[in-house]
Design a protein around this ligand. Sequence first.
Ligand SMILES: Nc1ncnc2c1ncn2[C@@H]1O[C@H](COP(=O)(O)OP(=O)(O)O)[C@@H](O)[C@H]1O
Ligand SMILES: Cc1cn([C@H]2C[C@H](O)[C@@H](COP(=O)(O)OP(=O)(O)O)O2)c(=O)[nH]c1=O
Length: 208
Amino acid sequence: MGIFVVMEGIDGAGKSTQAKMLAEWFNTRGYEVILTKEPTDTAFGKLIRRLVLTGGREGIIDGARISHEAEALLFAADRAEHVHKLIKPALDAGKVVISDRYFYSSLAYQWARGLDLEWLIDLNRFAIRPDLVILLDLPVKESMKRINGRSIKTEFDKIVELQKKVRENYLKLAEMFPEMRIVNAQNSIEDIHKDIVGLIEQEIFGEK
Ligand SMILES: Nc1ncnc2c1ncn2[C@@H]1O[C@H](COP(=O)(O)OP(=O)(O)O)[C@@H](O)[C@H]1O
Ligand SMILES: Cc1cn([C@H]2C[C@H](O)[C@@H](COP(=O)(O)OP(=O)(O)O)O2)c(=O)[nH]c1=O
């Protein structure tokens, strides 16, 4: 069995930055690493971007075009393909898999959209549990500064409210799922990387 690590957090928390750095860290230690993300780049991911996300890098879910349930089912369908075609085979081959978002995103975001948390957990029960989930936590104000260029100004207030709810949801989820660890994402990129490596050493390699 390989090693499965997930990065979670609100938009602009630094997930993709830290996922890349962690992938390099494993690489230099001789591991074969699969760096992946959700929504994926498959046909399902493309469908999600077309139907659910209001385009591009802004990371806003419009939700106006399809129902929230349909949205949750699409994310789950994308994830099922992700697990069966990529994650499971890679782990079976002993590789390290690092995913930028996973089912915890569905729990945090679709719950914030008003869906029932238990239903969302049931829907995602097929998803292999990771060895470690890094929750990059920071105030919404800070994340907004980082992704300023990404967001549509007229949607700004709505986005702030949603992101605040999503952040709170993540923190609640961290109390429910023992594989989740909170990392302060307000620090410098290098310091956050060190914290993540510390968690990997502690939780995966059993070092003190
Ligand atoms: N610790 C940090 N401090 C300041 N800026 C950061 C930090 N981490 C990432 N950034 C910058 O913030 C932006 C969003 O980071 P990114 O890794 O894309 O976040 P996410 O994948 O969570 O949306 C990028 O421009 C990135 O360079
Ligand atoms: C994986 C996933 C993402 N999302 C949301 C979080 C983000 O706001 C948005 C897009 O994710 P994001 O990481 O911004 O992907 P990309 O930059 O490739 O478009 O989708 C959900 O609502 N549920 C999910 O299950």
